[in-house]
Design a protein. Structure first.
Length: 421
């Protein structure tokens, strides 16, 4: 196993700790493609084996070859793949939702973290760290605690939901709150990792992305190994986009799928540096000051920009943007059918609806999207939308009554009348 620079091709040993090439390029874990049979993975579903029952390590032949003793798993993955006709009708196309909010700490980050923490343990890391808007910090803290490794997380002041902060605190890491946004926290943790030899667990880490590849592998396995026409993902730091592109190539090389899906990335209008670069043909890239209600994708200078750009080129992909109001309206619909998600997750559905309206995605195509986090990850947004007027007439608010039979009768009569409509 070795690491290879995506810019100049320089290689580094996989047992070392390096996140960038000396030329400044990002690194990939180089895994030699070998033919694989569907049965190999189908037979592992439902196993009681500590490692293979993970929805990441089930695909060991496509993952870094760590020894069993190094692998830290909770286990992650094995998340549900949902389809609801009401959402497909609203989106205008057949949509499947891979709910990564059903992972141990409530987000897709756990898939990357099992690989990242396992590499940290294998290489003898003394301290692990990350910058985060909440999901990464919770996952790092949980997996580091499982491994018995001390952790420090850098969070942007005032830009992390109370739910995510509380979850992170509970797992016991050291927390450094930075007066600035996520990108400032990312710069600080990157510099600290270089100066103090701390093991960095953001998606700049190529092993993090190896675990995240498994979202696609597991999705197509659940779809009977039939690749969708499109995979649509919310875009923040663009780690999922990078991992998805690598997963598609490796699944094709292994013979697990026989067609390449197109990739669409959806960014919030207030945090869309990839979209602006895509619009100008990738001739220029400019970071932005990010501002969106979808805190998980409130990132103005994504570290995986170059990898995401390459994925879009290789898959004839597209990028679109959606407003905060479109994100929250889509979230409300996902919640109302009993699935539920955090705001950033709903960017996928909002983007699908827009791309269908624009004729980019056409009726009859099958679309896969990722719900990246659990609905309880950002209860602040739910309260603001439903209880503080953000959702308007579509919001659900409590009905307050006195302890009186007549008052209850009036309310229930009204509810029953509406239910019959």
């Amino acid at each position: 196993m070795e690491l290879r620079c995506i810019e100049c091709g320089t290689t580094y040993p996989g047992h070392g700790v390096v996140n960038r090439c000396t030329c400044g390029g990002l690194l990939d874990v180089a895994i030699a493609p070998v033919p694989l049979q569907h049965d190999l993975f189908d037979q592992r579903r439902g196993t009681s084996d500590r490692i293979l029952r993970s929805g990441v390590w089930r695909y060991r032949e496509l993952m870094p070859p760590f020894p069993d003793s190094a692998i830290i798993t909770k286990p992650e993955g094995n998340t549900n793949l949902y389809r609801d006709q009401r959402l497909s009708d609203w989106g205008g196309v057949d949509i499947w939702f891979k709910h990564e909010g059903e992972n141990p700490t409530g987000s897709f980050k756990d898939r990357g973290m099992t690989a990242g923490i396992s590499h940290a343990r294998w290489t003898g890391a003394a301290l692990v760290a990350c910058a985060s808007t909440g999901n990464t910090s919770a996952s790092v803290a949980a997996y580091a605690a499982t491994a018995g490794l001390p952790a420090v997380v850098f969070i942007p002041e005032g830009k992390i939901s109370v739910a995510k902060l509380g979850q992170t605190i509970a797992y016991g890491p050291h927390i450094i709150q930075v007066r600035g946004d996520f990108d400032a926290a990312m710069r600080m943790v990157s510099a600290a990792s270089e100066r103090f030899g701390i093991y960095l667990l953001n998606s700049l880490n190529p092993f993090r992305l190896e675990g995240q590849k498994a979202i696609f592998f597991e999705s197509v396995q659940e779809l009977g190994w039939q690749a969708p026409d499109w995979v649509v993902v919310p875009g923040g730091n663009l780690g999922n986009t990078a991992a998805l592109g690598k997963a598609i190539k490796e699944a094709l090389a292994a013979g697990l799928i026989n067609a390449m899906p197109r990739v669409a990335v959806v960014q919030a209008e207030g945090a869309a540096p990839l979209y602006h670069a895509w619009r100008n043909g990738f001739r220029a890239y400019t970071p932005v000051r990010a501002a969106t209600v979808a805190s998980a994708i409130q990132i103005g200078d994504p570290v995986n920009y170059t990898k995401a750009r390459n994925v879009l080129r290789e898959t004839e992909g597209v990028v679109t943007t959606v407003s905060d109001s479109e994100i929250l309206a889509s979230k409300a619909l996902i919640d109302r059918v009993g699935i539920g998600c955090e705001p950033a997750s709903a960017a996928g559905l909002a983007g699908i609806r827009r791309l269908v309206a624009e004729g980019v995605i056409t009726p009859g195509e099958r679309v896969l999207t990722y719900l990246t986090g659990h609905m309880l990850k950002d209860t602040d947004a739910i309260v603001a939308w439903h209880l503080q007027g953000g959702g308007g007439d579509a919001a659900k608010t409590p009905i307050v009554i006195d302890e009186a039979p007549d008052a209850l009768a009036r309310v229930l009569t009204d509810i029953l009348e509406h239910a019959a409509l």
